[in-house]
Write a protein that binds this ligand. Structure first.
Ligand SMILES: Cc1cc2nc3c(=O)[nH]c(=O)nc-3n(C[C@H](O)[C@H](O)[C@H](O)COP(=O)(O)OP(=O)(O)OC[C@H]3O[C@@H](n4cnc5c(N)ncnc54)[C@H](O)[C@@H]3O)c2cc1C
Length: 544
């Protein structure tokens, strides 16, 4: 929808939009913010999706920023773009934070092939990736509080497989569908495919195969095998493949890594309006695949060496071999060590599950544990759906542990409440989380709770690696200069040379990202390390 009070400009925008997008989208127009809001309200009643709003800034009655802010309440997923005169650029940049606009474009936008379409196409692709057309494609029927159901939904959404979820307890259609498919409502979750075929409580590898993900390597030998498709592994795949290395990436969940589960990365270079981790992962996956990298939906379970060859063992018992291995398995969320937490994990207690669960918490109160950036981002994300978000923070406040921009936004968000000096002592519930015992400044007390999201740090996923790969006391992998102890290289080091900067204690096995000892836990640094590791891989291969 294009909005502008200047009718000649409006006509010109609409013409340009129709010419390029008319075949796939309906282009609507409005001559004021209020008229546009009225139309959006009608569309909402008719349950019609809205992909993109393109609004002029200077309009009488309601500015473009005001309109986009109000439109966000009706269509939070629609991409919001402000069209500004050069003089309004500063207002536009401010609006990225306040009205959460996705982009601003300066007038005039000629030629549209350069100044309009690339930006809008990019935004429409993002919107499309998150859009689930009703009743098409996959349907998942399950219990909202079941761990199995949660795993299936997380797997699908993080692999960008569109699906519709039907909660057996809340949706009458779910029971009817199960009856039609002659399936037992006591055996859930069930995945129903568009052709009517079904899978009951599928393992990830079975589901991966059925939705068209690859679980077996196509070649016997690769130049480089990358373990983990987080930002570090994806960057290595992009650079490796683009520089001619036969590259295989092993990832059991979905490309994107931890970043895939974060609600929004605000500080990654080149994305002034932020980018969701899922979008970043999706883009990098497409980019690496286009450049020739191969992806396997598998978990690495072991690593062995034989002369110059490196073998990565996979969960299904197979092995893949290569000259170079890049270890980028990142870190895993630390679990809450309190009575009841283990039993209720996935049934009201979640670790880094923000994107999938947020919509299910609509209108409810949500608790978030933790005071670092991850907890802040999650709280802001939930605040869009939940009636109230309570942040349980061990310290006296957030300033020592969270970035200022997040603290500012939390303060601006009226339905987020901070509970400082507060810890969770116990979780209660039979089938699912029902209440929590907390300890706060006023002593111990109990609160009713249905959702608790935990963000209390993470540990490296390195337990599967052989002891020859050296690590620090917390399990983070040592590489390059960190391998030296008291100035000496480890005894097992077989190379005639110094280890390369990101090389582990086994020559030809490199380390990148959060899993590396001393790494900066950021998307950009993981991406940087993944790409640098490829340069060292080239140097290593040149020595053959
Ligand atoms: C909630 C949250 C919010 C964050 N927000 C920001 C932010 O705003 N800005 C920012 O810069 N950073 C942010 N970070 C940090 C950022 O996400 C990480 O630094 C980054 O994802 C690290 O990338 P990585 O590739 O090293 O590891 P990961 O992203 O952890 O990826 C590792 C991948 O390896 C896979 N893997 C693990 N074990 C195996 C195995 N055995 N075999 C095969 N694959 C395996 C995992 O499934 C995973 O996909 C945030 C983190 C969290 C948790």
């Amino acid at each position: 929808m294009a909005v502008d009070d200047d009718l000649s400009v409006l006509e010109a925008v609409v013409q340009d939009l129709r010419r390029h997008y008319g075949a796939a989208y309906r282009v609507m127009r409005a001559a004021s913010g209020q008229a546009a809001l009225d139309t959006l309200a009608q569309l909402k009643i008719r349950q019609e999706p809205v992909a993109l709003l393109l609004s002029d800034q200077r309009m009488p009655g309601m500015t473009g920023v005001e309109f986009l802010g109000l439109a966000r309440e009706l269509y939070p997923e629609a991409r919001r773009v402000l069209l500004t005169a050069y003089a309004d650029t500063e207002a536009a940049i401010r609006a990225i934070n306040t009205a959460r606009i996705h982009y601003y474009l300066n007038k005039p936008w000629d030629p549209p092939e350069e100044k309009l379409y690339p930006v809008l196409t990019d935004l429409l692709e993002d919107w499309k990736a998150g859009y689930q057309p009703p009743f098409e494609g996959l349907r998942v029927i399950g219990h909202r509080w079941s761990l199995k159901d949660h795993k299936v939904r997380t797997f699908l959404s993080r692999n960008h497989v569109p699906y519709r979820w039907l909660d057996i307890a809340a949706n009458e259609d779910a029971l009817k569908l199960l009856e039609q498919c002659q399936l037992d409502p006591d055996c859930l979750p069930v995945v129903i495919f568009a052709d009517g075929s079904t899978l009951v409580d599928p393992e990830p590898d079975v589901l991966a195969l059925r939705v068209g993900l690859s679980t077996q390597a196509t070649q016997e030998f690769y130049d480089m095998v990358v373990v983990g498709a987080g930002p570090a592994g994806l960057a290595a795949a992009v650079y490796g493949a683009s520089e001619g290395l036969r590259t295989l990436v092993i990832e059991p969940e979905a490309p994107g890594g931890q970043a895939g589960s974060t609600s929004r990365i605000e500080n990654y270079l080149g994305f002034p309006a932020g980018i969701s981790g899922a979008d970043l992962g999706r883009r990098a996956h497409i980019q690496a695949s286009r450049l020739g990298a191969e992806f396997l939906t598998q978990r690495a379970t072991g690593l062995r060496t034989d002369g110059q060859y490196r073998f990565v063992q996979l969960a299904d018992g197979r092995e893949v071999s290569s000259h170079v291995v890049l270890l980028a398995p990142g870190v895993q969320y630390r679990k809450l060590e309190i009575p009841g937490a283990g039993r209720l994990a996935g049934r009201g207690i979640y670790y880094g599950a923000a994107l999938v669960e947020a919509v299910a918490c609509k209108g409810e109160e949500v608790f978030v544990v933790g005071g670092a950036n991850s907890a802040g981002q999650a709280a802001l994300h939930f605040a869009k759906f939940a009636s109230k978000v309570t942040m349980l923070v061990r310290g006296p406040g957030l300033s020592a542990t969270m970035s200022k921009y997040l603290i500012d936004e939390i303060e601006r968000t009226s339905n987020i409440v901070l509970a400082p000096k507060t810890q969770v002592l116990e979780a209660f519930g039979e089938e699912r989380l029902e209440s929590l015992r907390l300890s706060g400044p006023a002593g111990e007390y109990r609160v009713a709770a249905t959702s608790l999201f935990v963000f209390i740090g993470a540990a490296p996923g390195t337990e599967w690696l052989p002891s020859t790969i050296l690590r620090d006391e917390n399990g983070f992998l040592l590489a390059g200069p960190d391998l030296r102890e008291n100035g000496k290289l480890p005894e097992g080091w077989r190379g005639q040379r110094e280890p390369f900067l990101l090389e582990s204690s086994v020559p030809g096995v490199f380390v990148a990202g959060d899993v590396r000892h001393g790494s900066v836990k950021r998307v950009a640094s993981a991406v940087g390390e993944g790409s640098i590791a490829v340069q060292f891989a080239h140097q290593y291969l040149a020595g053959f």
